[in-house]
Design a binder for this molecule. Structure first.
Ligand code: FES
Length: 102
């Protein structure tokens, strides 16, 4: 497990996504109000780029075929219940966003 500083909070407006790299892993940051979530950029369906998806509340829809993930858990909410995308713990310290990746 490694913990990486990946962005400044002020560079991630509410409702926006940002693709970053943490120790070689492509990670999507999603800001939902004052919370930040992090998950893999790779959709578990066919590898679509989730950083180009659509954020709606705490749900992120893949741009390729619309699978929708709950960012709080990484679970696919629609349509493939049981599928999931890797999600990573986030901490915010002094305006900096940190992500833990395996
Ligand atoms: S690759 Fe993401 S829904 Fe198909």
């Amino acid at each position: 497990m490694s913990r990486c500083r990946v962005a400044r909070l002020e560079d991630l407006p509410a409702g926006q996504l940002k693709l970053v790299e943490a120790d070689g892993t492509r990670v999507v940051l999603a800001r939902v109000l004052d919370e930040v979530f992090a998950c893999s950029d790779e959709c578990s369906h066919q590898g679509g780029p989730l950083s180009e998806g659509r954020l709606s509340g705490a749900r992120l829809a893949c741009p390729w075929h619309g699978w929708m993930y709950d960012l709080r858990s990484g679970e696919c909410a629609m349509p493939a219940r049981g599928a999931r995308v890797a999600s990573y713990p986030v901490t915010i310290e002094a305006g900096e966003i940190w992500v833990e990746v395996p």
